[in-house]
Design a protein around this ligand. Structure first.
Ligand SMILES: C[S@@+](CC[C@H](N)C(=O)[O-])C[C@H]1O[C@@H](n2cnc3c(N)ncnc32)[C@H](O)[C@@H]1O
Length: 370
């Protein structure tokens, strides 16, 4: 992906920034915390000779880290779990030095991230800008790689859905939730290509026995791609608001036709199938995480949902429609959401919160790759 087509969560710490509006993603990570700790402790392989200096540097990467407390909490949990495992095996964890790599797109706000890292941390840090669909680290260098709520973002909008002559042209829609089968197929294939590349690159970058842990939105098994509540939500609030604005002459219809959210939400089986193509990776843990009940309040609070959507999507909207349209769009979003929530029946994405599933998967590098 070129620098210009990459996008990131809203930086800084203002009222609509990601750092101030990421408790939704944070609660999902909290739900996964016990699985993360158990997964590491049950699957990590300790060095045969713990006194060997080569094993003293333990490298952790958080891929798609963004800004805010979630990434810091995740790497902290990983380090604590590793230390506890070393201790339980009679190896002094003090011999370990942790090096943490925070990765996100080049346009992510690394400055705010670095400023908010704990001052008294006992690990060294580095920022790694660039797409996780490409190479990020040297071969066989990483011990634990983690990615939370990021892998549903595609490397790009599939080209077919933007072509006026293409049977997959996604006219008037910004997702595939209400689109033709060709559109859905284009998004699904793009996701599979991207995920395969992600797994392939990580399989090179991990040490033998290294762990790759992913947490991402998923659909219940057996459902069709268009049934993703997350994707339906994007169409129902953002897509329909854009169409309203076009009807009022505030947005050029052709601009909507060429705009798509680069997001795909898979089932666990779809992710597993892609993982199975990478020979040196084995899937060790697959679990589903449902949304915590407390999230009902977050997403239904009148100000929370518009801010959450703005923090996540503003960059992609500004880049396509420009700042003036984007400002107008987000100023209208709260009313649009309120209007939809009062509809009878209200959209499934607002009421069936228990059906927002997330996938926790732990993979291990089980052979030395080239
Ligand atoms: C919803 S945020 C999740 C942030 C954090 N992991 C959390 O759980 O709060 C998704 C992040 O993934 C990043 N992202 C999306 N595609 C990416 C890519 N190809 N390479 C690196 N980061 C990416 C976005 O920029 C964004 O910061």
């Amino acid at each position: 992906m070129s620098m210009d087509s990459s996008f990131a969560m809203k930086g800084g710490d203002g009222p609509t920034s990601y750092s101030q509006n990421s408790s939704f993603q944070g609660s999902i990570s909290d739900q996964a915390k016990a699985l993360l700790v158990k997964g590491i402790q049950q699957n990590i392989v300790l060095p045969a000779d713990p006194n060997c200096t080569m094993h003293r540097t333990f490298r952790i990467a958080d891929l798609g880290c963004s800004v805010g407390s979630n990434t810091v909490a995740c790497v902290q949990t990983i380090m604590e779990a590793v230390k506890a495992k070393y201790k339980a095996e009679g190896i002094r964890p003090e011999t370990l030095e942790f090096q943490v790599f925070f990765n996100d797109q080049v346009s992510s706000d690394f400055n705010t991230l670095f400023q908010t890292l704990p001052q008294d941390r006992s690990y060294t840090v580095a920022g790694v800008p660039g797409s996780f669909h490409g190479k990020l680290f040297p071969k066989a260098s990483m011990n634990v790689m983690h990615s939370s709520m990021a892998l549903h973002w595609l490397s790009e909008v599939p080209k077919e859905v933007k072509g006026l002559e293409s049977p997959a042209w996604n006219k008037g829609k910004i997702t595939y939730s209400e689109s033709a089968p060709e559109v859905i197929e284009a998004f699904s294939s793009q996701f599979q290509r991207d995920l395969e590349e992600f797994f392939k690159q990580r399989s090179f970058e991990m040490v033998y026995n290294g762990l790759l842990i992913i947490l991402m939105p998923c659909r219940p098994d057996g459902t069709r791609p268009s049934e993703s509540l997350l994707v339906q939500g994007n169409e129902c609030f953002l897509g329909h608001l854009l169409v309203d604005m076009a009807k009022e002459g505030l947005v050029d219809e052709a601009l909507i036709d060429s705009f798509n959210m680069p997001v795909f939400v898979p089932t666990a089986a779809e992710v597993r199938e892609v993982a199975s193509k990478i020979e040196c990776l084995s899937v060790e843990v697959v679990k589903k995480i449902c949304l915590p009940r407390s999230l009902g309040a977050i997403t239904q609070h009148p100000r929370s949902l518009p801010r959450l959507l703005q923090a996540v999507t503003e960059d992609v909207v500004v880049k396509h429609f420009g700042p003036a349209t984007s400002d107008l769009f987000y100023s209208r979003l709260p009313k649009k959401i309120e209007e939809r929530s009062l509809a009878s029946p209200p959209p499934a994405c607002l009421v069936k919160l228990e059906e927002f599933e997330n996938l926790f998967m732990l993979l291990r590098k089980n052979a030395v790759s080239n």
